[in-house]
Design a protein around this ligand. Sequence first.
Ligand SMILES: [Zn+2]
Length: 368
Amino acid sequence: MAGDLHVFWHGDALLHDTGSGVFEHPPLPLLAIPELHPENAVRIRNMKAILERGPLAERIRWRHGRHATSEELGLVHDPEYVKSIREFCAAGGGTLTWSTPVSRDSWEAALAAAGTTLAAADAVLAGETRAAYALVRPPGHHAQPAQADGYCLFSNVALAAEHARRRGVERVAVVDWDVHHGNGTQECFYERSDVLTVSLHMRHGSWGAAHPQTGAPDEVGSGSGAGYNVNVELPPGTGDGGYLRAMGEIVTPVVDRFAPELLLVACGQDANQFDPNGRQCVSMEGFRLLGEAARVLADRHCGGRLVLAQEGGYARTYSAFCLHATLAGVLGAETGLEDPCAYLPDDPGHADPELASVRAALSAYWPL
Ligand SMILES: [Zn+2]
């Protein structure tokens, strides 16, 4: 069935030049060959290629993304912050935070990332498709209302959530399985009960002044938002079994009670077992099952309405395979591809103490 999944793409994603060095750090004369910054255009070109050439190709309809307007960015961002990013890029770019370099053309890429995510949401809200995926960069989930952070300029998924609310969607759930804490999305909705924010992430804590949130389970939201921010902090090496237990034992019951009308997924692949920025050992099959779990939740509560947006995923080859597997899960399909890297053993009990901590933090709000 052609067009089961609408994939939104804008070529300006490739314009964001993050340079090279020792991953996030400047080049060293010790080495002969610099490494690309982890968040580079190559990774997303591989993702586009595998969706065009792989077994899912015949079920995908490619759609044009677009730039966000300044007014749209203002849905969650401070207008002065938006202006400062535009001016910084126009002046030639540089380093926004220690890990977030931008070039002159990063402004166009950032507008395209936000606008293309909004276009994917609009297609689902208009009933053009049940499931849409925005293949975008730079990623968004670390960007706070007035703060760039962790490769992110604008909070693409948060913008889509707020946009959906303004279009009359009563309750929006965001599930973020990027290996890092979705601190920017958390910050946008921390005092609100109409947007449930759930993040599954490796325990990494704050990484600097631009990132005051820690991702700990006791960051549950505040005011009327108390209980509506769920942090599932998982230990390094968690693997497929631990991630799926977190989905089954924490995320699913919370989302079931919240009963969203739209499900957004901050869809990173950096929990994969070969990622330079993660240590979580999730395989293609794990990602397929995460995609399937999202599909089940969207079907149960949202009339199937599901929007995924690309976040991290820095193993240039394996991230593409894991993305393909995720979207196969969303479509209820087998991946049709052998896992080129499957060999690590998996221990589903690995995250027992961490899941107990999340239950304890949320016990006043959700029966888990
Ligand atoms: Zn990440």
